[in-house]
Design a protein around this ligand. Structure first.
Ligand SMILES: [Zn+2]
Ligand SMILES: [Zn+2]
Length: 359
């Protein structure tokens, strides 16, 4: 099954032609629980990793044995899913009680190299907005699942680009760290349903005049709504209350849903490749390359939601009947920062070190 973003409620470039200069495409990944193969793009699936190549490790010095066993994280999620809508069985409750944050690997030294966690692999043939070094068509993303690295005290992300055609025998089984600092640093395995959509720049980063036009348009929509609410066509002008009620219901149905540039017209929610960065929780902060100074666009966005209440209009048409299903709304079980983490890469030279930003 594919995933299809519903059409935007307004042709925003027709309404504001200057926005055409602030358009970019993004590929929404639409991760959903599944069993991907090494030849497919995935979240937390098996990687097309050569049998004779060392797996990335974290060599930073930090406690590596204390946290949640990855096996517990997966068992916990399986029990949650099986038990949805009913009480836990005694056996399930016994298993859940046994899962704790603890020093699970007491002998593991802080400076021991531990395998990085495979987070995603993305093939350029499936993801049109995935642009990396010349000739390399596969991006493999890892992180160390402890929020202790760098100035931001967060996970450490490693990007590995390769030419998929060069890979012969694939490494099996694939290493992983025994423990994660927090359960929400561990993605649930998902297949992806990539879909390219158009985005427009974050409101606060548009030129002042354009921002003012959009603000004025939104205020106009708000005024219209308020006028509707204080409409003097009160119950008195209808013969019966039933007529009045059905007229009001018809008016409600005919009225377009409340729309806003930020929620509906500019930036897609969910995991995605390319596109724009949203700065809804902080003021926009420049993300520039530490080597050459170029502004770095987001390559990969990792979001806690497929969409939330405000961005519900981006929920794929195919998922409309499942909008309260956690497997649709929160398919990966990842929560970083205050819900959103981005990996930015240098447009001048993809080999320059990436940077992370959070919302
Ligand atoms: Zn680490
Ligand atoms: Zn650079």
């Amino acid at each position: 099954m594919t995933r299809t973003t519903p059409p935007r409620p307004l042709d925003v470039e027709a309404a504001f032609p200057a926005l055409a200069a602030h358009r970019r495409t993004t590929t929404r990944l639409h991760p959903r629980h599944g069993l991907p193969g090494v030849g497919e793009s995935s979240v937390a699936g098996p990687l097309l990793w050569p049998a004779d190549e060392p797996w990335p490790v974290c060599t930073a010095v930090h406690p590596k044995g204390t946290g949640h066993l990855l096996s517990d994280v997966r068992l916990y999620r399986r029990i949650q899913e099986d038990a949805r809508g009913r009480e836990y069985t005694e056996e399930e409750q016994r298993l859940l009680d046994g899962m704790t944050r603890a020093d699970h690997v007491p002998g593991l030294h802080d400076d021991a190299p531990v395998p990085m966690l495979a987070v995603a692999q993305l093939y350029a043939r499936e993801i049109p907005d995935l642009v990396g070094p010349e000739g390399q068509d596969l991006l493999q993303v890892f992180w160390c699942p402890f929020e202790v690295h760098g100035d931001d005290r967060t996970i450490d992300v490693v990007l590995n680009w390769r030419r998929s055609a060069d890979v012969g025998a694939v490494l099996m089984p694939q290493p992983e760290p025994p423990v994660a600092g927090r359960t929400q640093c561990v993605p649930t395995t998902c297949v992806v349903f990539p879909e390219q959509v158009v985005e427009h720049e974050y409101l606060g980063l548009l030129e002042g005049e354009l921002q003012e036009q959009i603000d004025a348009w939104e205020e106009g929509l708000l005024d219209e709504e308020q006028e509707d609410e204080t409409d003097p066509s009160s119950a008195a002008s209808y013969a019966t209350y039933e007529e009045y009620a059905s007229a009001m219901a018809a008016a409600r149905d005919a009225e377009p849903e409340e729309i806003s540039y930020m929620s509906d017209l500019s930036i897609a929610p969910g995991w995605k490749v390319g596109g724009f960065a949203s700065w809804h929780l902080t003021d926009p902060a420049p993300v520039d390359c530490g080597v050459c100074g170029a502004a770095m666009p987001p390559l990969l966005t990792v979001d806690m939601w497929e969409c939330d209440g405000a961005s519900r209009g981006w929920l794929p048409i195919e998922d409309r009947d499942s909008e309260n299903d956690p497997r649709v709304i929160d398919p990966t079980d990842v929560y970083l920062g205050r819900g959103l983490m981005r990996v930015h890469t240098c447009p001048t030279d993809p080999a320059h070190p990436h940077r992370l930003s959070f919302q």
